[in-house]
Design a protein around this ligand. Structure first.
Ligand SMILES: Cc1ncc(COP(=O)(O)O)c(C=O)c1O
Length: 435
């Protein structure tokens, strides 16, 4: 094969994207010029936002904005360095204590994003002697952490404790030594599925040394008593060894954390997680935002209740239209479309009709299992939801994406929604099994 320059290597992809743009349905990187929370402005057009993870609508709460601006004035706009060196704010440590208590663990460690929390934590805690059991739909940041750790990666069928048990038995027999870590999401980011956590932690009865790592990016602030997350929802906090969360969803900011009762492990992590040591700390404004969001979530349970009301209403609306969607077990309600091009065209038509939602395509979901990922906020008004449902109904028929249309095209042949290989754990990762 003739040697290619870097430009030549990238060009086929770039041309492909240009082709989609020329056809007018490239939906990504849309510049939002203004946001009111449930509505945004793009290219001078006001749209109802149904694709945000700001589940509780806190990013525009006046108390949050005030706390962020006070912190900005007190600590400045950036921390000026890594937390390890000159950028460790007292507010970071306060938030760590607060988060640990919130999720029911002894200690928590902050990172600058959720992605870098998974990447840094998994990579620094596991080694080539260890084995990771990973749900096939786990997020890309988890996979990056697994790959960076060099541990053996064993994917198991999505949300299937029985499949996990089989893989675990095989792995323990083959690799009797080394740490065994099972990683699952609490609420899966694309399908909105709720983890079958009880079945997964039950594996600890057979394998007492099994460690369980829960990425609760989409569960924190939403699931369980006072939004304390999926482990609280199931009453299994003490069975989960690591709870990871992000601030980029219900906590209306950016940043991430990992919490555990194992103080030694977290102290080690604080000194070895590369994104923590070699990235600057979280800006004070983001940190104060999260503190205030926690106050609000703890004191205003009606926000979470309203989110569930809206989620159930939308789910019922989708069903009435005849769309194929997930169960209302989380605020993430994907609309199954299948064809990636159809999903792009559908999203473009939503846009024309004043609705902002985006297609999720491979590798975020398996090939030809494209969805329009919708997620609503507790601040959406009834009139906004009614309007969106009206638009969905009109467009679903126009584009032929009703559940009955999908059935005709054989969409459900091998899956109840998403099928393997899962979005996060790709073929490439699977090929590493047993390395
Ligand atoms: C399950 C899951 N984990 C981790 C992340 C990364 O979070 P962040 O946006 O804070 O980097 C995301 C973000 O989409 C996610 O969905």
């Amino acid at each position: 094969m003739p040697k290619k320059t870097l430009t030549e290597r990238c060009q086929p992809f770039t041309r492909y994207i240009e082709g989609i743009k020329a056809q007018g349905f490239y939906p990504y990187f849309r510049p939002i010029s203004r946001s009111w929370g449930t509505e945004v402005e793009v290219a001078g057009k006001r749209l109802i936002m149904i694709g945000s993870n700001d589940y509780l609508g806190l990013s525009h709460d006046p108390r949050v904005l005030e706390a962020a601006s006070q912190a900005l004035r007190r600590w400045g706009s950036g921390p000026g360095g890594s937390r390890f060196l000159s950028g460790n704010l007292s507010l970071h440590e306060e938030l760590e204590e607060r988060l640990a208590a919130f999720v029911g663990k002894k200690r928590a460690v902050l990172h600058v994003t959720g992605f870098s929390t998974n990447l840094g934590a998994i990579a620094c805690l596991l080694t080539a002697q260890d084995t990771i059991l990973c749900d096939r739909e786990n997020h890309a940041s988890i996979l990056e952490g697994c790959q960076a750790s060099k541990a053996r990666l064993i994917p198991f069928a999505h949300n299937d404790p029985k499949a996990a048990a089989e893989k675990l038995h095989q792995a323990r027999e083959k690799y009797p030594n080394g740490i065994m870590l099972l990683i699952t999401e609490g609420v899966f980011s694309m399908s909105g599925d709720l983890s079958l956590l009880p079945g997964l932690v039950a594996l600890k009865r057979t394998f007492p040394d099994l460690l369980v790592y829960l990425d609760d990016a989409h569960g924190i602030g939403v699931m369980g008593y006072q939004g304390r997350g999926t482990a609280t929802h199931f009453g299994l906090t003490d069975q989960v060894d690591f709870i990871m969360g992000t601030f980029s969803k219900a906590l209306a900011s950016i940043g991430g954390f990992i919490a555990s009762d194992d103080i030694d492990v977290l102290e080690y992590l604080r000194h070895h997680s590369k994104p923590l040591i070699f990235s600057a700390g979280l800006p004070a404004s983001c940190t104060a935002t999260v503190m205030t969001c926690l106050d609000i979530i703890e004191h205003e349970p009606e926000r979470v209740n309203r989110l569930w009301e809206i989620t159930r209403k939308v789910h019922a609306g989708y069903q009435e239209i005849g769309l194929r969607t997930g169960e209302p077990v989380s605020p993430v309600l994907p609309i199954h479309i299948g064809s990636e091009i159809k999903a792009g065209l559908f999203a473009a038509d939503l846009f024309k009709n004043g609705v902002f939602a985006l297609p999720a395509v491979f590798p975020a979901v398996p090939r030809n299992k494209a969805v329009i990922r919708t997620a609503y906020m507790s601040t959406h008004q009834e009139s906004q939801i009614d309007y969106v449902l009206e638009v969905m109904s009109k467009l679903a028929t126009k584009h032929g994406v009703l559940a009955s249309d999908l059935e005709e095209r054989g969409y459900f042949a091998n899956a109840s929604g998403f099928s393997s290989p899962g979005p996060g754990v790709s073929d490439q990762a699977i090929s590493q099994i047993g390395k």
